[in-house]
Design a protein around this ligand. Structure first.
Ligand code: NAD
Length: 255
């Protein structure tokens, strides 16, 4: 299925994990893909390895999504290279977990800056081109942690904020032909969850096993699970869907 032939997708935090799997998915479905990540060399390496279809291109861009100047330059580079911008996935992220009483102000600011301000800056820069085209789709990455998560006051607040941001952009940009949705992943096996395991003193393998046991479908998520949900929401198949949050969590939030 080539749902994205002739279209350009920008994936932030695309060098690895969920972002990388999603960049691969868009490439396989015909898109030209810009991989935006902190380190230009890692972004370029992932971009060079994407399974592109004929006529499509890939670009690796080093940028910090929490900095306005960096974002402006990144989006300008993408537009210069491909001449349009159809899909934005706001996926870049990090965690700085701690109980509230131990959480330094700098870790609150960092997490808010990357997730929430990053999504704001990238969306603001990208929508200019989408409005000009009269079409586009933004997929923001929230999390089941938005519903509350011990030790993650900063991350939980940022991921809940993403949901309000998503609904608001959907209302503002819908009349311009731009749809805005969010995916809210549950436990996805990536370097992020492996780092959490190590912080808790558990082997990553064991941490996955325990989380799989607590999940109705009895497995943890794979980056590809988020890639397919994101591709769906960004595609014309979801043409009447906007302002929604799709939980992709194997039923973890069902109860
Ligand atoms: P990951 O750590 O493997 O990848 C995150 C990527 O974001 C990295 O490549 C990193 O370099 C990049 N990044 C970090 N700060 C950046 C910045 N300021 N500018 C640009 N890029 C930056 O993590 P992942 O598990 O693939 O997570 C991807 C997204 O999914 C994140 O938003 C995360 O919060 C969210 N999420 C993950 C899970 C999970 O279980 N893994 C669950 C829910 C939500």
């Amino acid at each position: 299925m080539d749902r994205f032939t002739g279209r350009v997708a920008v994936i932030t935090g695309g060098a690895r994990g969920i972002g990388r799997a999603t960049a691969e998915r868009f490439a396989r479905e015909g898109a030209s893909v810009a991989v935006v990540d902190l380190d230009e060399a890692s972004a370029a390496r992932t971009a060079a390895e994407l399974p592109l279809t004929e006529g499509a291109g890939a670009l690796g861009v080093g940028a910090d999504v929490s900095r306005a100047d960096s974002v402006e330059a990144a989006v300008a580079r993408v537009h210069e290279r491909f001449g349009r911008l159809d899909v934005l996935m706001n996926n870049a992220g990090l965690i700085r977990d701690n109980l509230l009483f131990k959480m330094p102000e700098s870790d609150w600011d960092l997490v808010m800056g990357v997730h929430l301000k990053g999504a704001f800056l990238m969306s603001k820069a990208a929508q200019r081109h989408m409005v000009e085209q009269g079409s586009g789709a933004i997929v923001n990455v929230s999390s089941t942690s938005a519903l509350g998560s011990r030790g993650q006051a900063n991350y939980s607040a940022a991921k809940a904020g993403i949901q309000g941001f998503t609904r608001t952009l959907a209302a503002e940009l819908g009349p311009k032909g731009i749809r805005v949705n969010a995916v809210a992943p549950g436990f996805i096996a990536t370097e992020m969850t492996d780092a959490t395991a190590r912080r808790l003193g558990v082997e990553p393998e064991e941490f996955r096993r325990l989380n799989a046991e607590a999940t109705p479908v009895r497995r943890v998520g794979r980056p590809e699970d988020i890639a397919s949900a994101t591709a769906y929401l960004a595609s014309d198949d979801a043409g009447f869907i906007t302002g929604q949050v799709l939980y992709v969590d194997g039923g973890a939030t069902v109860g």
